[in-house]
Write a protein that binds this ligand. Structure first.
Ligand code: SAH
Length: 284
C-alpha cells in the first residue's frame, strides 16, 4: 500500500520569521483551500487578508495570529496598494511570519505580482501559493465547465476594471470577441453596459448565452442565466451585486445538465443534452 499522505508532516514547508507567503484562498468555500494554504494559516503570526477572504477561512488560522484587513473593493487608486505592499515589508522586517491571503489565486487579477515584486525589491523572501480562481472554481460551482470540447478550445480571462476603475480601454474587444469562444469576465458588473455593447459591436450575437455567478462557492451563491442582449436588464431585475463572475459563451448551456448544487437534493437535471450532441463524444 502506498502512503496516502502526500507529504510526511515534517516535510511541509515552514513559514519562517521574516518571510511573506503570498497565498490564494480560493473563491470562498473553505473546502477549496489548498493544503499549502492550510499549512500557512496554521503557522502565520500575522495574516493580511482581503475583502474576499471569508471568516470561515480565517477560522483555520492559529487563534493567536494577528489579523489585518487590507480590504479594498473595485479598482481604487494604487496608492493604497502601495501601502499594503509596504506594510508587508515592515511586518517581515519586524521578524513576523507573514501570510498575505488573497481571494482566488494571487496572480489572477489579484495584484500578487506587484506585492511579490515590492517584497523582493526590499529583500524579503517569499513563497507563492496558488489558489483556485473564481473564474474557474466559481463557474464549476454553477455547473459550467470553463472549457468543453464541443464548445471551446480557448478561454479568455478578462477584467472589467482597469487601474482607474474604468472599463479597460487598452482591451481590444474586437480581437477578444473573435479570438475566443468563451470569455470569463472578472469585475464586470459595474461596467456591464459598455462591456456588453463592446461585445455586440464586435459581432457576438445578442442570443449568445451568458451566466453571472455572484458570491460563487459560498452559501450566498446566486446564478443568473441570460443572453448578451438581455444581460443588463436581467441583472438589474435580479438585483445582483459583486463579487461576480460573468461567463459568455455556449459552455453556459452545460449548466442545464451539470448544475450539481441544485441536483444535490435529488432534483433531476433540466436537460442532459443541452448542446444537442447526443452522447458525449468518446475520448479519442
Ligand atoms: N484573485 C481573484 C480575483 C480577484 S479580482 C481570483 O483569482 O479569483 C476580484 C474579482 O474576482 C471580483 O470582482 C469578481 O469578479 C471575482 N470574484 C472573486 N471571488 C468571487 C466569488 N466568490 N464569486 C464571484 N466572483 C468572484
Amino acid at each position: 500500500m502506498t502512503n496516502p499522505n502526500p507529504l510526511p508532516a515534517s516535510d511541509w514547508p515552514e513559514l519562517l520569521p521574516g518571510w511573506v507567503w503570498l497565498c490564494g484562498a480560493g473563491p470562498g468555500d473553505p473546502g477549496l483551500l489548498t493544503l499549502h494554504a492550510l499549512n500557512a494559516l496554521r503557522q502565520a503570526d500575522v495574516i493580511v487578508y482581503d475583502a474576499l477572504v471569508g471568516a470561515e477561512i480565517l477560522n483555520w488560522a492559529n487563534p493567536e495570529a494577528e489579523r489585518i484587513y487590507a480590504g479594498k473593493r473595485g479598482g481604487k487608486p494604487s496608492a493604497k496598494q502601495r501601502d499594503i505592499s509596504l506594510q508587508l515589508v515592515d511586518l517581515a522586517k519586524a521578524g513576523k511570519r507573514v501570510l498575505r491571503l488573497k481571494g482566488g489565486d494571487p496572480f489572477v487579477f489579484g495584484r500578487g505580482g506587484e506585492e511579490g515584486q515590492t517584497l523582493v525589491q526590499n529583500g524579503i523572501p517569499i513563497r507563492i501559493i496558488p489558489g483556485i480562481s473564481a473564474g474557474i472554481g466559481g463557474l464549476a460551482y454553477a455547473g459550467i465547465p470553463v472549457t468543453h470540447r464541443d464548445v471551446n478550445q480557448s478561454v479568455t480571462f478578462v477584467t472589467g476594471h482597469d487601474q482607474s476603475g474604468e472599463t479597460p480601454s487598452s482591451l481590444n474587444w474586437q480581437a477578444i470577441s473573435e479570438g475566443s469562444q468563451v470569455l470569463v469576465i472578472y469585475m464586470g458588473i459595474k461596467h456591464i453596459r459598455p462591456i456588453t455593447q463592446a461585445l455586440l459591436d464586435a459581432g457576438r450575437p445578442g442570443e449568445e448565452p451568458v451566466a453571472v455567478v455572484t458570491d460563487a462557492t459560498t452559501s450566498d451563491q446566486r446564478v443568473l442565466e441570460s443572453t448578451l442582449g438581455q444581460l443588463e436588464a436581467d441583472l438589474q431585475a435580479a438585483g445582483m451585486s459583486p463579487p461576480a463572475i460573468i461567463c459568455v459563451g455556449r459552455s453556459v448551456l452545460m449548466r442545464q445538465a451539470l448544475d450539481w448544487l441544485t441536483m444535490l437534493d435529488g432534483t433531476p437535471p433540466r436537460n442532459t443534452d443541452p448542446l444537442g450532441r447526443g452522447r458525449p463524444a468518446e475520448a479519442s
